[in-house]
Design a protein around this ligand. Structure first.
Ligand SMILES: [Zn+2]
Length: 412
């Protein structure tokens, strides 16, 4: 795989940073010729364009395809050091996806900046879910005591857990998030990327949501020098899902640091966000792209996880964007659908034990059993069915992303 020198262009009120991606061998899934990140035009003056986000973004796809990487642009020495560890962690934890350790050939390295040009701030992601809402509000509290928790920006990315073919729906939702965060003095920044088109049907999305977020934040280095990732897990029991305590901090450059926040478990976060005025009107966790810009479907793994925890805590009926009333069958539905979540179920069973809700505990155990059955069934199918046919099945079952705003210029 060749990652070309990035280009920058201004078009239709946006500034678009892109790099040509050339594969050595045809992929089993057709990919675009360019990976791009688009920002509102006013972000142009704070963008720092180099190959760091493109190398980081394409690493796991290259490991999946078994392609060594040749980078033709400038990269950070610290990032290249960290990505060796990052590769090893993913290869160890997800050998069925990050199949190969790949070699990376570099053309040139960036010099370390001796004096940062201006004061920069912290950023996190925001998409309306429990983890990101908790992080935004909690960090603003923390900032009173610890100045380094200096959160000023929240990134909401078009193309991450929301469909690329609905720019109007995305901007409408972004506006409601912007208004929700304004009293906290957190500024919402939107961006768009076609990263999903390089990975859909090849890699499970649970492995990748942090990639476009950190890549976008790296490009905004005139504003951001630290990124706080709202962790799904806490330190007592975690897993290398995609984003993890073990791996994310390796995605750092000389001027950009990454931190995972894991001091609080999911029940603690739920209790915290439940106190935030109007949050029940903002909560959005859905990953079903047919509906995710309008609300919560109530049947995808992200909806179901939040629903079962809200019910466990006793606040479910307050959140009207989920189907009402709560049915305990949702716990079993979650188990069947979430086929990769061993640690998640153990955490839920433990939380039910803490809450002394023994019916939830027993259903959590049943959900874990269903999850394991589904997991092993899929492994068996993947073993006996040729990969091309498996990918074609996925194409029929799931919505294929369509990038109606793709920059029309050909690959370099
Ligand atoms: Zn959903």
């Amino acid at each position: 795989m060749i990652i070309n020198e990035p280009e920058i262009e201004y078009k239709n009120g946006e500034v678009i940073v892109s790099a040509g991606i050339e594969l050595d061998n045809p992929s089993i899934w057709e990919m675009p010729q360019k990976l791009y990140f688009a920002f509102p035009e006013e972000c142009g003056k704070v963008l720092n364009v180099d190959c760091n986000p493109f190398l980081y973004s394409m690493l796991i796809p290259a490991m999946r395809l078994g392609e060594n990487i040749r980078v033709l642009g400038t990269v950070s020495p610290r990032l290249t050091f960290g990505l060796q560890e990052y590769q090893a962690i993913f290869h160890q934890a997800h050998s069925q996806w990050a199949r190969h350790m790949v070699e990376i050939e570099y053309s040139r390295f960036s010099e370390r900046e001796l004096s940062p040009p201006q004061k920069r701030f912290g950023a996190t992601s925001f998409s309306g879910g429990i983890d990101s809402t908790f992080s935004c509000f909690f960090l603003k509290e923390e900032q009173q005591l610890i100045p380094y928790a200096d959160l000023k920006y929240a990134l909401f990315i078009h193309g991450v857990d929301n469909p690329l073919n609905d720019p109007i729906g995305f901007m409408k939702l972004a506006e409601s998030f912007r208004n929700f965060l304004k009293p906290q003095q957190v500024e919402l920044i939107t961006a768009r990327t076609n990263f999903i088109l390089f990975t859909q049907f090849l890699l499970p999305w649970t492995l990748l949501p942090q990639v476009p977020l950190l890549s976008t934040a790296m490009l905004l280095r005139g504003l951001i020098d630290r990124f706080f990732i709202p962790s799904t897990y806490s330190y007592n029991r975690f897993t290398v899902a995609g984003s993890s305590f073990l791996s994310d901090h390796w995605v750092a450059t000389e001027e950009f640091a990454v931190f995972q926040l894991g001091r609080h478990d999911f029940l603690q976060k739920l209790s915290y966000v439940n106190q935030i005025p109007e949050y029940e009107n903002v909560l959005r966790v859905c990953s079903n792209k047919k509906i995710s810009l309008d609300g919560n479907c109530g049947h995808c793994i992200k909806c179901l996880r939040t629903m079962v925890y809200l019910a466990l805590q006793g606040n479910y009926s307050k959140y009207k964007s989920f189907p009402q009333p709560f049915s305990r069958l949702y716990i079993l539905e979650w188990g069947w659908k979430y086929h990769t979540g061993r640690v998640t179920f153990i955490n839920f069973i433990h939380a039910a034990w803490q809450k002394k809700k023994y019916d939830f505990l027993l259903l959590g155990m049943a959900a874990y059993t269903l999850s394991q059955i589904n997991h092993h069934l899929r492994r068996f199918l993947r073993f006996v069915v040729p990969e091309k046919i498996f990918v074609r099945w996925k194409q029929r079952l799931f919505v294929s992303e369509e990038d109606i705003l793709a920059p029309p210029s050909p690959a370099s």
